[in-house]
Design a binder for this molecule. Structure first.
Ligand code: TXE
Length: 495
């Protein structure tokens, strides 16, 4: 095992005292409780953050309000786009440093941190930067008749909602943070982000780069802390919109808290129990490779990944055999080892949760491969495949958010559709087939925000993303996010 050497700048960053980033500066609340940041590869503490007080959260929101009404409002759409593009450049220029910090606190493979947390974040930033100059209303010809020869014209303006509170989870803390930061800034909003307490460090460095890129102090603030700090942020009266990514119970509590505090609107991107359907004509090699790369990437800790796999009965033995063989070849190892393909789970609580699902699978279903945690350091488990006895098995009903796929055979298209929709969730789904006529007939019947054909978990900034049913409200990406970050103002003129 050969680990990537730690950059001196990363070591120095870890040794800093970490708190919040407010009004363009790092701020340490000396009296606030310290929260340890733990490396999932070793279980060792690598740094600390502070659990923000209500007063620090108030400072952050006030600073964002000032910037919203002042500096950021005065920045032209063209300049906003240039600044966001510059932030993308700076992310790429500091790629290795950002990737190493993220890998150390999330357990994400260094490859993924480089490619997604930094590389894709830069891609998303550039995509969003283009929208800064395209946030427009429309002209309208009023409909009522004129009584005395007077005339009317009308137009709408898309105006930024104000200060956005972004609550970010631990699985893709930079990229999901960037989706929220970029959406807010290009529409003219300002933003206060609360990262997950498990992965709070990298966004602090991104905030510093944002200032270097030209984002005015206060337009993008960070408050760190646990759920209590998150709740205080989303219910602050200065916040006009909440954007949350995380679990269903927390999402419900966030939406309620925001609504009760100030009728604050909330968009929620919650969990999933996403189905993948392998039809009778499936290309087995393509599908198995697809499952390995989409269901087991980042140890399955991806909300869009497939967890329920329905395979036509005629093909299931072949698929299970190929998948078990493929997973056995994955090299498990430290996320800082460039040759490793599969690393630890992100935190100790999640490690316990996934181990508990192994116990449930042993009792209710059949484990085809994996199903054990690895002894030794850190939060490692095996990539696992489960064959369900029926659609009622717990492993087909509850979101694991880990490296377990659960299979069930089906016989007819009607049965398949009813199985795919038999879930409270509706984030993503996929069909694996070359029978496009059948795929196009099935797609409208699938209850999901996104349906892929012959791929899964493929997020493109131009394609709207979000869930139906218990998987959330609202959409990120494409042009769809604009409605959520702006208010429509109607203007009517008599002449
Ligand atoms: O999520 P939480 P957790 C799922 C996954 C995982 C489970 C729990 O199944 O096992 O959620 O993970 C902040 N008001 N997903 O506990 O609680 C919290 O500090 C405001 C799916 O980490 O949802 C963190 O910043 N904020 C998911 C964020 O909410 C609160 C990705 C998410 O925490 C809060 C991660 C409160 N009352 C986990 N309580 C996805 N959809 O991608 C907590 N937070």
């Amino acid at each position: 095992m050969k680990e990537v050497p730690l950059l001196p700048s990363v070591q120095a960053f870890l040794e800093r005292d970490h708190g919040n980033f407010i009004d363009g500066q790092f701020v340490i609340e000396a009296s606030a409780e310290k929260i340890p940041v733990i490396n999932p590869d070793t279980g060792n503490v690598i740094s600390y953050i502070r659990n923000s007080s209500a007063s620090a959260i108030n400072d952050a929101v006030q600073s964002s309000l000032t910037s919203f009404r002042g500096k950021w409002a005065e920045t032209s759409p063209y300049q906003k786009g240039m600044i966001i593009n510059k932030l993308a450049d700076l992310l790429e220029q500091n790629s290795e440093e950002l990737a190493q910090i993220e890998t150390l606190c999330s357990g994400k493979s260094i490859h993924l941190s480089r490619a997604f947390e930094v590389g894709q974040s830069a891609v998303f930033l550039r995509y969003y930067a283009g929208w800064a100059t395209k946030i427009n209303g429309e002209t309208i010809t009023p409909s009522l008749p004129s009584f005395n020869g007077e005339k009317y014209t009308a137009f709408t303006r898309r105006e930024p909602v104000g200060v956005v509170a972004g609550i970010v989870p631990w699985n893709f803390s930079v990229m999901i943070g960037i989706w929220k930061i970029a959406s807010a800034l290009v529409t003219g909003c300002t933003v206060v982000i609360k990262p997950s307490e498990f992965t709070p460090l990298t966004l602090l460095r991104v905030a510093e780069l944002a200032i270097e890129a030209g984002v005015p102090a206060g337009a993008f603030n960070i408050v760190n802390g646990n759920g209590r700090a998150g709740q205080e942020l989303i219910s602050h009266p200065g916040v006009s919109k909440v954007t949350f990514t995380g679990s269903v119970p927390t999402g419900i509590s966030v939406a309620k808290g925001a609504m009760e505090a100030n009728l604050t609107r909330a968009t929620l991107e919650l969990g999933g129990k996403n189905p993948a359907a392998l039809l009778h004509d499936v290309d087995a090699e393509l599908a198995v490779q697809g499952l390995i790369t989409t269901a087991y990437v980042h140890q399955g800790q991806v909300c869009a990944s497939p967890e329920r796999i329905y395979v036509h009965r005629s093909r299931i033995d072949e698929i299970l055999e190929k998948l078990s063989k493929g997973l056995a070849q994955l090299k498990i190892g430290s996320p800082m080892d460039e040759s490793a393909q599969f690393g630890p789970l992100a935190n100790s609580g999640h490690f316990q949760k996934v181990k508990n699902y192994f116990d449930i699978a042993r009792k209710e279903s059949e484990i085809i491969c994996g199903g054990e945690s690895l002894g030794g350091r850190g939060y490692y488990v095996q990539p696992t495949v489960v064959l369900a006895k029926s659609s009622n098995d717990t492993l087909l009903r509850e979101e694991v958010f880990g490296p377990i796929t659960t299979f069930l055979p089906f016989d007819t298209d009607e049965e398949l559709i009813s199985l795919m929709n038999d879930s409270p969730f509706g984030l993503t789904a996929s069909l694996w087939t070359n029978d496009m006529s059948k795929a196009l007939r099935l797609i409208p019947r699938i209850e999901a925000g996104t349906v892929w054909v012959n791929t899964h978990t493929f997020l493109d900034p131009s394609v709207p993303f979000g869930g139906v049913k218990a998987s959330g409200m609202g959409r990120e990406f494409g042009g769809a996010f604009i409605d959520d970050y702006t208010e429509l103002k109607s203007v009517m003129i008599r002449y």
